[in-house]
Write a protein that binds this ligand. Structure first.
Ligand code: AMO
Length: 469
């Protein structure tokens, strides 16, 4: 549950439920007001027990008709599960349960003896998604009702973890001197290839939704910001229908001056190490909530294993040999597809970098040195991927900072340098060698939480068939 020890009172509550649960001993006999969802409402006649839940915990509210306005008592008692309720009353220690001799006493629990209350909003029935009942419902219905799905504790825990991952990632990059930036999401030209852009009209001018902050993070570095990062949406009009592709995803990007591919791989592995060790140290309670659910469903539980540094580096050419020796069909110059990655993952199941891709496989902005060739003579680039098992987490690389080579790359890839002058002009007046990467946040979350589908860890996913809610 969330640590709410520092939360200030609001107009609706003097305390969070979490504060009462953890500080109960010092609050016994004190009047408090809390607000939450009525998870269960039990009792008939003149007494009633409500299990109240807010974002920080659960507490039992005990209502007795004699102790409060009887009309309000009746209203609350007959209200529906998940209605929002505000109650005021005195904190009391619950009667301790009977334990067998020699058994340790459980830690004390607290409840609220209610003296007044109010229904803030009555919940309609039936609930389309059960909150505490173990009813099997498909992902689509859950996503249609994400507002309710989120009230389920393991789903809630997933999104708390997501926020932590972003927090720890940010924290680490700031420590390494990166500053946060924001790039435009309405753009005029593609960075990652022209076919998967969403077109739009920008007043009278045709424009697109941004596929990546790529060109802008580079311009920021060329302009002297030196080390930047951005966490923002990227849009891809790809007609995928897989467990790991969405048409809108959050890309976690960095770009740094005076750095090459190896330097930014170092930043990446240190950041992931920091994220994993911070979750390991601070957030086991969230992992426990997710595991409790997994156990109830007969699924494998997850453990947070902090990866060792450095992550293995398997150059592209070596990866091709691993795939071939594993029986996979692939040639130098081909893309490494998921089924090939399975063969590599058999040897390297955790995080591993795949550096030194063929230049022909990489975008125009990736750096290549004419002298770096594969054994078969293929031109190598300074582009890399980071994979975990079969899934790609990140692409990155050193960037081309020589404007003449950059323009030639555009022409070689059938792109018109005229369409990119806003970008190439940034290289005309002195450009530092630089490098960076873009990490798919949801893919990283899949690894951490053991989610089998990227939609599990995205609040309101956008795929080919879903634009609402
Ligand atoms: P790339 O296109 O490989 O590289 O994207 C970077 C990372 O973003 C994630 N990703 C996706 N996640 C969900 N759904 C999708 N459709 C999707 N597409 C990509 C992946 C991927 O590794 N500009 C470069 C990055 C760079 O070089 O800095 C880029 O965008 O995890």
């Amino acid at each position: 549950m969330r640590d709410s020890s520092q939360w200030e009172p609001t107009s609706y509550r003097t305390h969070t439920i979490g504060q009462i649960v953890s500080e109960g001993a010092s609050l016994v006999g004190e009047e408090v007001s809390v607000a939450g969802y009525a998870e269960t409402i039990r009792g008939r006649g003149a007494i009633c027990f409500i299990m109240l839940r807010d974002g920080t915990g659960h507490i039992q509210a005990f209502l007795k008709k004699d102790n409060m306005n009887p009309e309000i008592f009746d209203l609350i008692q007959s209200s529906t599960r998940e209605s929002t309720v505000q109650v005021t009353g005195l904190v009391a220690q619950k009667r301790p349960p009977k334990v067998a001799e020699g058994e340790p006493m459980p830690s004390p629990e607290y409840e609220i003896n209610v003296t007044s209350g109010e229904i803030l909003a009555e919940a309609a029935t039936p609930l389309p998604v059960g909150i505490i009942d173990d009813v099997k419902i498909g992902l689509d219905i859950r996503l249609d009702n994400r507002h309710l799905d989120l009230r389920r504790s393991h789903v809630n825990a997933m999104f708390q973890l997501r926020s932590k991952v972003l927090q720890y990632g940010r924290e680490h990059l700031i420590k390494e001197g990166f500053m946060e930036m924001n790039s435009p999401k309405i753009i005029a030209s593609a960075s990652e290839g022209g076919t998967n852009l969403f077109p739009m009209m920008y007043f009278d001018t045709p424009a697109f939704l941004s596929q990546s902050p790529q060109l802008y993070k580079q311009l920021a570095v060329l302009g002297g910001l030196e080390r930047v990062f951005e966490i923002g949406p990227a849009f891809r009009a790809e007609k995928h229908d897989t467990y790991r592709h969405l048409n809108e995803f959050i890309s976690f990007d960095i770009e740094g001056a005076w750095m090459n591919d190896e330097d930014v791989m170092g930043v990446q592995e240190r950041m992931i190490h920091h994220i994993w060790s911070s979750v390991y140290e601070n957030d086991q309670s969230l992992i426990d909530v997710i595991n409790e659910y997994k156990v109830s469903q007969g699924e494998n539980t997850i453990t947070v294993e902090v990866p060792e540094l450095p992550f293995p580096r398997i150059p592209y050419s070596e990866a091709i040999e691993i795939v071939k020796s594993g029986g996979g069909e692939i040639e130098w110059g081909d893309d490494i597809e998921s089924h090939h990655c399975d063969l590599i993952a058999a040897k390297y199941p955790g995080f591993h970098f795949l550096p030194r891709w063929p230049m022909s496989m990489k975008p125009f902005y990736i750096y290549h040195n004419k002298n770096e060739k594969s054994d078969s003579g293929g031109q190598l680039s300074r582009g890399f991927d980071l994979n975990y098992g079969r899934d790609e987490m990140t692409s990155g690389g050193q960037r081309e900072h020589r404007v003449d080579v950059l323009e030639q790359n555009l022409r070689d890839m059938d792109l018109n340098p005229e369409d990119f002058t806003f970008y190439t002009d940034g290289f005309r007046y002195g450009a530092p060698p630089h490098a960076g990467w873009g990490l798919g946040v949801a893919r990283l979350l899949m690894v951490l939480t053991g989610a089998g589908n990227v939609r599990e860890v995205v609040l309101f996913p956008r795929d080919r068939t879903r634009v609402t809610p």
